[in-house]
Design a protein around this ligand. Structure first.
Ligand code: URA
Ligand code: CA
Length: 432
């Protein structure tokens, strides 16, 4: 087989065979296909798309390109959750211990953030001492004991995806639904869970800017999962405004603690109940979604979910005193309230731009190597659909710099106040 012939075949709109796709992924991972040929191929996929059969072959070839995690020694049905990214998306920090507290084992591998989308690992690392690296053995033991552990993704998980993603990033081929679907699902399949719940975010703060694309991506990923013999379902959720109130690493840990104590923002808690109910049913700890939700609500009100979180922090060497005294994590030098310039109703909080404001404060990375400032970020006091009086604080900026004009300007540009607005729909659709 020659790569140039395969590029030509895709360029001319024909479907590749499974063997041809496996050849491309194996040879590219082994550095035997140069980036310039792979770039041309990716652009051909971008324009000519792929059939379902091609996408499944691509996903499995990528999943098989490196280490595959064997979770079979964890008791019970392992359910993984993945979000396609958002702003202030604190879900995993709440959901993992919540679902674990009703008996569903959660062996979660998370990633770091890049750009305005935060990563769960960065958030957890704002807890002093918290260890995100565990040996496979310790990871599995931890999940068997406490039902939950959240660690960093192993370096050799789907290496083909790592290489391809870096190339897509610089060749304008990230925004391709078959390439996104195969990228996400290859890592989920290699990570070894029996069932997968996907949170496909849509809106300004997400990869999928509209519902039509979110639907296509969801259907495609669910189909890939089923063909790879993993029970898979997708929830299409709103990311037109940030989720919850906190955006920034330690601020989101505090938000997670409050939510696990039943005092968190309503949208974040609802998101956790919706995703969590699906996970509990897939994990066969409840027969219906209603029954599952009931279990989760009880785990919050009884304190069981919060206790599971505390044990997770302790077992992964984190400073558990932050659970009783989360204010210890508020270490930014300056807290600045941003007052509303007019009275009215918040009509828009443009999620990606608000995410960029948090990134400029230091909460996110502008390049892969950049360091993160865990202490900085934003806390929203008003969300879309809420009334505000002129002079009332819209949000609080947590900063380690006295110069925040650029951030303030960006925030004012992206918080719209008008005569009226409805609260956005949080959950658009559920796809099974
Ligand atoms: N997230 C991924 O892991 N891969 C993509 O291609 C897009 C989002
Ligand atoms: Ca949040």
């Amino acid at each position: 087989m020659r790569m140039v012939d395969l590029i030509e075949k895709k360029r001319d709109g024909q479907a590749l065979t499974k063997e041809e796709i496996e050849f491309i992924i194996q040879e590219y991972t082994a550095d035997k296909i140069p980036d310039y040929q792979m770039s041309a191929f990716l652009m051909a996929v971008f324009y000519e798309d792929m059939t379902d059969e091609e996408i499944v072959a691509l996903t499995l070839a990528m999943a098989n390109s490196g280490e595959k995690i064997d979770l079979s020694s964890i008791h019970g049905i392992k359910v993984d959750k993945h979000s396609t990214g958002g702003v202030g998306d604190t879900t995993t920090l709440v959901l993992a211990p919540l679902v674990a507290s009703v008996g569903v084992p959660v062996a979660k591998m998370s990633g770091r953030g890049l750009g305005y989308t935060g990563g769960t690992l960065d958030k957890l690392e704002s807890i002093p001492g918290f260890k995100i690296e565990l040996s496979d053995h310790a990871f599995i033991e931890e999940v068997n004991k406490n039902k939950v552990a959240v660690i960093g993704q192993s370096g050799d998980l789907a290496p083909a995806d790592k290489k391809l993603y870096a190339l897509r990033d610089v060749t304008a081929t990230v925004d391709s639904i078959p390439l996104i679907a195969s990228s996400i699902m290859s890592k989920k399949i290699a990570a070894g869970a029996d069932a997968i719940v996907l949170d496909v975010t849509t809106g300004e703060g997400a990869f999928m800017k509209n519902l039509k694309d979110a639907r296509r991506l969801s259907h495609m990923m669910v189909r890939i999962g089923e063909l790879a013999k993993r029970k898979t379902m997708a929830v299409i959720s709103d990311m037109s405004q940030p989720l919850g109130q906190a955006i920034g690493n330690s601020l989101e840990v505090i938000e997670a603690i409050e939510t696990l104590q039943g005092r968190g923002p309503a949208d974040l808690l609802e998101m956790c109940y919706v995703l969590g109910s699906q996970m509990v049913v897939l994990g066969q700890k409840a027969e219906t979604l209603e029954e599952a939700r009931d279990l989760l609500e009880k785990a919050i009100s009884s304190g069981a979910a919060f206790e599971t979180f505390q044990r997770m922090i302790k077992n992964q060497d984190g400073d558990e005193t932050i659970c009783q005294h989360p204010e210890q994590l508020l270490t930014a030098q300056f807290e600045i309230e941003l007052p509303a310039k007019t009275s009215g109703v918040v009509t828009k909080l443009v999620a990606n731009e608000i995410g960029i404001a948090a990134m400029l404060l230091g909460a996110g990375r502008q390049t892969k190597e950049a360091a993160i400032d865990h202490s900085v970020g934003l806390k929203l006091h008003k969300k879309v659909g809420e009334k505000v009086e002129k002079g009332e604080p819209l949000l609080t900026i947590y900063s380690n710099s006295q110069q925040n004009e650029q951030v303030e300007e960006l925030l004012y540009e992206n918080i719209h106040i008008g005569p009226s607005a409805d609260k956005p729909t949080l959950i658009h659709e559920i796809i099974t």
